[in-house]
Design a protein around this ligand. Sequence first.
Ligand code: SAH
Length: 390
Amino acid sequence: MKRIHLFPGREKLALNRHPWIFSGAVARQEGSPGAGEIVEVRTAEGAFVAYGQYNPTSKIRIRLMEWVQAAEVDELWYRRRIEEAWALRLPLTRQTDALRVFFSESDGIPGLIADKFGPYLVVQFLTSGADRVKELITALFARTVPGLKGIWEKSDGDGRRLEGLPEVEGLLWGEAPGEIEITENGNRYLVNPASQKTGFYTDQRDNRSLVAPWLEGRSVLDAFTFTGGFAVAALAAGAKSVTLLDSSADALAQARRNLALGGWEPKEVLEGDAFQLLRDLKKRGDTFGAIVLDPPKLATSRDHLEKAMRGYKDLNLQALKLIESGGYLASFSCSGLVDFAAFREMIAFAAKDSGRRVDIVRQLHQAPCHPIRTSMPEAEYLKGVLLRVI
Ligand code: SAH
């Protein structure tokens, strides 16, 4: 196995089981490992650190996977990771048939994401290390997850580009999923992994059910609705009306269909940029009994963090201006770079500028099918608050 030697002192985080070795920490390497090859990482003094996936193109040069020198990253090793991941999700299968069954570093295989929608798995191989063991992983899922009909690959997104991998989509095992109907907390949704660019965000499952009771009887604006995740939960909980807002026409079309499944129609559908549309609503004199604000990841890198925080603050301020006295704002950030303290501080600044009294009623987190390994705080990416606005 090829060895990678770190600069002095650069092993500290890695020895605490943080899984990322950046290119700047690498002093020298023996031979030239291929993309995704398992390598051995050593300190400057030559002591063993861990085994991990090597990537020659990514800034994250090695993604660590195994810290026990005597262990072997072989078929049995991968099988254990898949079986552990499934065991953790088993209790959740009573609550929903849509859940994340594998969450990358948090479940021990960097770059591997798998979502289960009914009897289908939608799998992403986002690093070359995960891509290299695609066939093995597919076979392991097929034997571990009971009742599967098909495994569909949907390897897209920024991650693969950074690793120099092309986008890939197609059938890996069994039959291709068509439109899948899933049930979450008793609410039905349609998911279209193969035919459209729409999946379903299972990380918001608990938050949809925790927020919904506060929306009863209210006129709700579901901003960044995607396929209507919160809108359906709101209507099922007795919301008076929902307005859907998103920049994607496809997502909005799917959101309408999801509402129709429950026999509902939106009060209004707004397609466009939320930063602008929230201002337009204010100009029009519209108000809402509650708003859900679930923007995409605004902080994509440390360099853009300040700009992202201004974006979050602006959205929250504009939303607060639209809320009736005694109303609610459920506000989220899915940026791993924004921690809970920074998020709450941003909310406090938006509240101050709005001149409203704002109380935190609940703090909200990613669903447990997105676990957070204690050694990798970045995995805690989704955070939110339910606010009462006076
Ligand atoms: N709340 C959703 C998930 C939201 S994902 C759920 O529960 O499923 C983020 C959504 O924001 C995506 O649907 C994307 O199309 C939309 N989006 C991205 N940028 C936007 C913008 N500037 N204005 C409005 N919508 C935007």
